[in-house]
Structures are given as C-alpha cells and as structure tokens.
Design a protein around this ligand. Structure first.
Ligand code: SAM
Length: 381
C-alpha cells in the first residue's frame, strides 16, 4: 500500500516508491522482494531498498568501472506524483494546482467537484487537502485507470474521494445509484437508493467546453455558502465562451488570470570597476614592454656573439595583477572581491501555460435573520 496521505519511515514490500534518478526522471516502482530496478546508471535490487528509511540513497558499482550509480527512493506525494505519473492527457502541474487551490481556499472543509479527472494529477492534490473530492471522467478507459490508481494509492481509504464515469456536459453532476461510480461502493442497498449529496463549494473544470457544464452546476453546489470555481483553458476563445456562460448563470467576481511559470536562479556576480580594468590594461602593456626589451637584448647578444644570450624570464606572480581573478578559481562570494546579487530566468519549469477563469456564486443571498440574531447575542457582553 502506498502512502499519499500519511508518512511512514521505512521502505516496505508492496510500497509504491518514487525513484529519483534525476530532476526530470522520476519513476514509480512497486517494491517487490527479489526484483531489480534497471537504469542506464546500473541495476538496483529492491532488496537493497527494503528496510531503509525513505529518502535513502542507494548506490551500485557501475559495470566494468570503479564508478557508482545512485538513486534516491522517495515516498510518494502529490507533487512528486505529478512529475512522475504516466500521462494519459495534458495534466495540471503543481505551480498551477497550488495557486488554484489557494485561490479557491480549498481546505479540509471543502467539498470539491473536479471534471475531468484526466491523468489524475490534480486529483491527488485535491484528495490530500479537501474534505471530499468528486471527480468526473467521461472517457471509460481513463475512468477505469484513474479508479485503479486511486485505489492503489489509498485515495479511497478515508472515504473522501469519489470518481464517476460521466459526461458532465450532457448528464450533469448528480450521482444516482444507476451510475458507474465509486460513491456507492460498499454501501448498503438502502443507502444506494439515495443520490450522492454533493453540496460543492469548490469547482475545478478542466474540460474542452466548460460552458456546457456550467448550467449543470446549480443543483450540486452549496446552497448555504459561497461556491468558488476555476476553469482551466488553454485558449482565449474558450475563456470568452466561459465568461458568457458564467454571466448568464449568475456567477460573479469573475476574474481571468494567465499563468506563465518561470523559475529564477539567484546568484552573485563580481562587481567590476573601470579603474580595475584600466589597471589591468596598464599591467598587460607593462609586461609586454618588459618582454619586448628582453627579447631585443637577447637578439643583440646573439648577433654580437656573446656566450650566454639567454636571460632568465623575470618572475611575475600570475594572478596578482588581475583584479578579476582571471587565471585563478575565485569562489562565488570570495570576500577579497565585491559582489552583487543577480538573477536569471531558468527556462526549464514544468507548468502548462493556461488561462484560469475564477468566479463565485452565492445561491441564497437573503439575510438569515435568525443566524444574525444568534451571532449578535453571542457577542453581547
Ligand atoms: N486535470 C487533469 C489532470 O491534472 O490530470 C487533466 C484533465 S484532461 C486535460 C481533460 C479530461 O477531461 C480528459 O480526460 C477528458 O476525457 C475529460 N473530459 C472532457 N470532456 C468531458 C466531459 N464532458 N465530461 C467528463 N469528462 C470530460
């Protein structure tokens, strides 16, 4: 059993572990006694991993050389799963999902609707944070695969994840006992007569046509609290159609955000002064002059047939004259030099450029007089 929702110390047989080979190469592995994990850096027996703490480095000697190949065995988290999962669709990456969850104020009290499930990348993040996740997928094979994965990853264990095979644009979000869904798994025949009570207050739509799903949300969103929604769309034309549907169906606080993930590398750069450069040029000229004169003297000695024409080269310390440390290795931040903080953009960051349309809806806007009075009473001293 894997542990996406709790931490454990030691690697055990049957665990799903994520093996870190390099920054962009992480592989899911089910730990099995007697099996071997093969990479181009070497073959790693699972037996070497079993019983070691998660996070351990496992090393093997590379065949025919004295070098070692190594891997790190990590415990699965939604973030690591996102960068290692088998892609069945485009996926939502952590820079986007974390921003979206924060904007939607997703918490253990939230009841979340997600459509479609796709490769289940975002589902794992929702499942960890939300009170209940209702995920919908209309592609049967993807539904079955996601269901199997959720099962293997222990996502159903706490009873807070439901996945339903459904076209939410045509058939809406209500879950009935005739549906192919995990909602009724393990429920008695009597319980299974009751449709799922959804009451969602967080909605995330990652669909090609969210505007067709928006009209179907009214009967499944929370009736007594604010519902927040985000639609994830790669094109601006989709955003336009979504905005139209949101306005038509009474969604407010509409805001569109464009995500462009960038990573900045921060480091120190040596401060170089003009005076230092001039000093360096003078030094080069001086050395050149000394060399020219030495050669001239040697030439004159040769043509006047003197016995010892060669002169010793004067000793000049190589780096002493270079104010920029050229020719010697200067460690970043060396206190003998001045430094300034600089940053540059790292091109390699996994985030899918997208438009995020946020909106919210309050179904019952009327003042609940009884509730207001009870709060006033409570705060009277
Ligand atoms: N957010 C997902 C993730 O992070 O892995 C990726 C979602 S993927 C881009 C979109 C998914 O929506 C596809 O798997 C597709 O089959 C599903 N889909 C499209 N239209 C749908 C509909 N009307 N009802 C349910 N699912 C739908």
């Amino acid at each position: 059993m894997s542990h996406f929702s709790e931490y454990k110390d030691l690697i055990q047989v049957g665990d799903l572990a994520l093996v870190w080979i390099s920054r962009d190469n992480i592989k899911p592995v089910t730990i099995t006694a007697g099996e071997t994990f093969n990479t181009r850096y070497g073959s790693f027996p699972h037996d070497d991993m079993i019983g070691k703490p998660y996070g351990s480095q496992i090393a093997v000697r590379t065949k025919g050389s004295n070098r070692f190949g190594f891997i790190h065995v990590l415990q699965p988290t939604p973030e690591l799963w996102t960068i290692s999962l088998p892609h069945r669709t485009q996926i939502v990456y952590t820079p986007d999902s974390s921003y979206i969850m924060q904007r939607l104020q997703c918490s253990p009290h939230s009841r979340v609707i997600e459509a479609g499930t796709g490769s289940g990348s975002f589902s794992h993040a929702f499942a960890r944070s939300a009170g209940h996740l209702f995920s919908y997928e209309f592609h049967e094979v993807r539904y079955e695969q996601a269901k199997k994965e959720f099962e293997e990853h222990g996502l159903f264990r706490d009873g807070n994840v439901t996945i339903t095979h459904r076209d939410v644009c045509h058939d809406g979000f209500t879950i009935k006992n005739t549906d192919k869904t995990t909602f009724f798994d393990g429920k008695s025949a009597e319980e299974a007569q009751q449709p799922a009570c959804i009451g969602a207050d967080v909605i995330f739509l990652d669909l090609p046509a969210p505007w067709d799903a928006i009209p179907n949300l009214d009967c499944v969103i929370s009736q007594n609290s604010k519902t927040s929604m985000c639609c994830f769309s790669p094109c601006i034309e989709q955003v336009d159609k979504t905005l139209e549907a949101l306005e038509k169906h009474g969604w407010t606080e509409v805001e569109m955000v464009e995500i462009q993930g960038r990573q900045y590398e921060s480091r120190r750069q040596m401060v170089r002064h003009l005076d230092d450069a001039l000093q360096r040029l003078r030094d080069v000229r001086e050395r050149k002059q000394v060399g020219v004169e030495r050669r001239k003297r040697m030439f004159n000695k040769i043509i006047s047939d003197q016995e010892e024409p060669y002169e010793e080269r004067p000793e000049t310390p190589k780096t002493q004259f270079n104010p920029f440390g050229k020719g010697s290795r200067v460690k970043e931040g060396d206190s003998n030099y001045s430094w300034k903080e600089v940053s540059k953009v790292e091109s390699e960051i996994k985030s899918h450029t997208s438009y995020l349309t946020f909106a919210s809806k309050i179904v019952h806007k009327a003042r609940n007089e009884e509730l207001v009075q009870s709060i006033i009473e409570e705060h009277k001293d």
